[in-house]
Design a protein around this ligand. Structure first.
Ligand code: CAA
Length: 240
């Protein structure tokens, strides 16, 4: 069944693959982005997917942006909270600003994205929420005290929403990608990246489309009994 889907951070990296995969399923998709106007315009030109600019770290911007999307495309049935940033530094060098920026985007941003949409999902008796967490929220990571804290927190959000939404036809699940071939991972120094790939039993980085396929499944009508779960897609690097 064709539904309306919102993907935050949906014009680049894993988010772009998710937006395209949801469109290929027949859904009406809106993709948000924070700042890169050029990439968003190119994405819309290439895919026909509408993009909307707002900062997920701001509740007011999120609420207003979501209202615009719903005016354009109708009530949102599928939310993919994907927008995320890194500000990596060993803990002794991590600044309060690096901590706060990551908390605002990766954790508060998930609240800000889901909260304005939640009442409508409850009223209509249907919703699919997928939060993109990370392997590093499951296992921790050197130089990512901030990022790992948010991604672990995202799992808490999902497990709690799953309990609150179940009776209203809403599911909330998480996908924990491992190291995927995106700009975020390519920004890691090459030597470090090579050593990380050496720790992945699959012997390679993942592809964004491999994460997108998890999301299309979890957001389908057929996945109604999967609720509060975490899918790890990491090439065998870490098992919970
Ligand atoms: N484990 C143990 N030690 C490590 C390490 C690790 N994983 N990585 C670096 N170190 C050590 C280095 O060997 C070095 O030790 P020495 O001082 O004894 O030589 C020290 O830590 C690095 O110190 P620096 O002062 O040089 O560190 P820096 O301030 O320049 O920071 C860094 C460098 C930010 C840590 C950089 O190495 C880095 O980016 N590492 C990768 C972090 C990472 O994996 N991020 C994931 C990004 S992808 C993502 O987040 C997506 C996802 O969800 C999976």
């Amino acid at each position: 069944m064709a539904r309306t889907a919102l993907v935050t951070g949906g014009s680049r990296g894993i988010g772009a693959a998710i937006s395209k995969a949801l469109k290929a399923e027949g859904h009406n998709v809106a993709a948000t982005y924070a700042g890169n106007d050029g990439a968003a315009a190119k994405f819309t030109e290439e895919t026909g997917i509408k993009t909307y600019k707002w900062n997920v770290g701001s509740y007011e911007e999120s609420k207003a942006g979501i209202a615009r999307v719903e005016e354009d495309l109708g009530p949102i049935d599928i939310v993919v909270a994907n927008a995320g940033i890194t500000r990596d530094a060993p803990f002794h060098k991590m600044s309060p600003e690096q901590w706060q920026e990551v908390i605002d985007t990766n954790l508060t941003g998930v609240f800000n994205t889901i909260h304005p949409i939640w009442p409508g999902m409850r009223e209509r008796g249907f919703g699919r929420i997928v939060v993109i967490s990370s392997i590093n929220g499951q296992k921790g990571q050197f130089a990512q005290v901030n990022y790992a804290a948010t991604k672990a927190g995202d799992l808490g959000i999902v497990k709690s929403l799953a309990q609150e939404g179940a009776a209203k036809g809403i599911t909330a699940n998480a996908v924990c990608p491992g190291y995927i071939a995106t700009e975020m991972v390519m920004a890691v120094p090459e030597k470090v990246r090579e050593s990380i790939i050496g720790m992945i039993p699959a012997g390679r980085l993942g592809e964004p489309e491999e994460i997108a396929r998890c999301v299309t499944f979890l957001s389908s009508d057929d996945a109604g009994f999967i609720n509060g779960s975490t899918i790890s897609a990491n090439g065998g690097q870490f098992f919970v």
